[in-house]
Write a protein that binds this ligand. Structure first.
Ligand SMILES: Cc1cc2nc3c(=O)[nH]c(=O)nc-3n(C[C@H](O)[C@H](O)[C@H](O)COP(=O)(O)OP(=O)(O)OC[C@H]3O[C@@H](n4cnc5c(N)ncnc54)[C@H](O)[C@@H]3O)c2cc1C
Length: 500
């Protein structure tokens, strides 16, 4: 029997996507497959991408990265959620906090009890029941809340904010230790196999030819293989998410780093603020049809909290996805596969989930089309669900500027309308199988953006008014006490450094 196994994988590009891919495949495939990564320092990386979601902890754990070493190497901080400032309307803000909110009673999700309380005059905010939101607002963090000595504690749900270039470097060291070979050089083109058009090799400026069985295109927006060589095509989603530029500028920290990311609405877009240990990342994502690049840059520079550490840098993008993420023997990950603005910090996660899907469907040299189609189907659905979640932030707003009015008036995907209407009627929320974001995420953004339900679950009526009041008060107290027991986020980071 002939051995049909993949023997060599070539990773094109050494940004976050490239080194995440190389490290994960080396870890998962061991020595059975040769992994080679080609990158060009002259071309460089996109150099942004600083906020993540909690799933990244699983990725790091799978690789065997020590969390404290990782925080030190990437100048990382803890992220408990994202604060959306002025999104619903100027002067109003809310947090999309990770983790659960409140506790369900039997089959009824917690938020129905919160809604029932509101109807009876209890005006406490939804976030009074979120440990993450309370800890974020108070600038506190530990990996778990310990309520008594010896108690294992209630774990917090957290992610990281880090320097993406340092993360890629950290992964590069790790991947090279696992046996990944690195080639420095600029790829000029691809050699395609006759008659099926599979990629046989990439050719470098130096004249070197790098052959492989399977190619991961992690070459960023260019899509060196997936687009330039295979002409796969791109699905443009800018009618749904019209922002098309970002201007970024790092600043010096002005205080202890906040354990959360900020997304601050602006006249024609929004601004991120991501505190790291050594600096703060800032950027203004905007729609060039409503504000010029000069004006957007001026708005960013005028609203920075600290001293700028570099000149502002503009990046252009088209929101959307590759028509096929996997085409023949090329799989595109990271920016080569598609891009959605960093509003919910999902890009690095999409690299991770693409890789985990790839491991499930890892091919042999036959490259079964059914498996490729399944990868593309699942990845496409994940992209669409995230897209709809982002659209919700823009669509449910009460701001007066023309950009925001246009967002409100824009037709939204049917699937999103169904979800919103289900919530609006009786506060019902269901997670779709391919939805990255759980019910608590949709809940916070729906409530935060001002989409009130007309009614709630009738089974909340099984509690008397006194019981309901007591249940809500107890949960608020447990949550407030838990947050108050945590150390300051800055102290936590200092302790981890000292422990190393
Ligand atoms: C404004 C902005 C903000 C973002 N913020 C976040 C965020 O907060 N959170 C998040 O999760 N994501 C964020 N992202 C996305 C995140 O930056 C990317 O998903 C991530 O960095 C992966 O990038 P990449 O590796 O695909 O591409 P790149 O970083 O562009 O790397 C491409 C690599 O390919 C190489 N290359 C390209 N062409 C060639 C060639 N011809 N020959 C050889 N090598 C080549 C380059 O040298 C480089 O090594 C943001 C993106 C943007 C644009």
């Amino acid at each position: 029997m002939t051995d049909n196994r993949i023997r060599s994988v070539v990773v094109v590009g050494g940004g976050t996507a490239g080194w995440m891919s190389a490290a994960l495949l080396a870890r998962a495939l061991g020595e059975t497959v040769r992994i080679r990564l080609v990158e060009s320092e002259e071309i460089g990386t996109v150099g942004v991408g600083e906020a993540t979601i909690p799933q990244i902890r699983h990725f790091n754990a799978f690789l065997g990265l020590d969390e404290n070493a990782f925080l030190a190497a990437t100048q990382g901080t803890i992220k408990l959620g994202i604060e959306f400032v002025d999104w619903r309307a100027p002067g109003q803000s809310y947090i999309h906090a990770f983790g659960e909110i409140g506790r369900p009673l039997g089959a009824v999700p917690f938020h129905h009890y919160w809604l029932a309380g509101r109807r009876k005059g209890d005006d406490h905010a939804l976030w009074d029941y979120s440990l993450n939101a309370r800890a974020a607002r108070a600038g506190r963090f530990d990996r778990a809340v310990r309520r008594a000595a010896g108690d294992a504690g209630e774990p917090l749900t957290y992610a990281f904010q880090f320097d993406a270039a340092l993360y890629a470097r950290h992964l590069r060291d790790h991947a090279q230790r696992l046996g990944v070979a690195r080639t420095e050089g600029k790829i000029l083109g691809a050699m395609l196999r006759e008659p099926d058009g599979f990629v046989r090799a990439v050719t470098l400026e130096s004249g070197e030819v790098v052959e492989g069985d399977f190619f991961l295109d992690c070459s960023g927006f260019r899509g060196v293989l997936i687009e330039q060589a295979l002409k796969t095509g791109y699905e443009d989603w800018s009618d749904l998410l019209p922002c098309d530029r970002a201007v970024a500028a790092p600043t010096a920290n002005v205080g202890p780093p906040r354990p959360y990311t900020q997304a601050i609405a602006r006249a024609a877009g929004w601004q991120w603020r991501i505190p790291l240990q050594h600096r703060t990342g800032n950027g203004h994502v905007f729609c060039s049809r409503f504000v010029s690049e000069d004006e957007a840059t001026a708005q960013l520079m005028a609203s920075l909290e600290g001293e700028p550490l570099a000149e502002p840098r503009t990046l252009k993008f088209v929101t959307g996805r590759r028509k096929r993420f996997w085409n023949r023997n090329v799989l595109a990950l990271g920016l080569a596969g598609g891009f959605m603005e960093p509003l919910e910090s999902t890009s690095i996660h999409l690299i991770q989930s693409g890789l985990s899907r790839l491991l499930n469907l890892f091919p042999n040299k036959g490259f079964a089309q059914r498996d490729i189609d399944e990868y593309n189907r699942q990845t496409g659905l994940e992209f669409e669900r995230i897209r709809d979640f982002l659209v919700l932030h823009y669509w449910a707003n009460q701001r007066a500027e023309p950009f925001w009015k246009a967002c409100r008036d824009r037709a939204v995907p049917t699937e999103l309308t169904r979800k919103v209407e289900l919530f609006r009627t009786h506060g019902r929320l269901f997670r779709e199988p391919d939805d990255l974001f759980l019910e608590a995420s949709w809940l916070q953004v729906l409530v935060g953006q001002g989409v009130p339900p007309d009614d709630h679950h009738p089974m909340t009526g099984q509690l008397t008014d006194d019981q309901l009041r007591g249940f809500l008060a107890d949960l608020r107290k447990i949550t407030a006490d838990g947050a108050a027991a945590l150390p300051a986020h800055g102290d936590f980071l200092r302790q981890q450094r000292a422990a190393r």
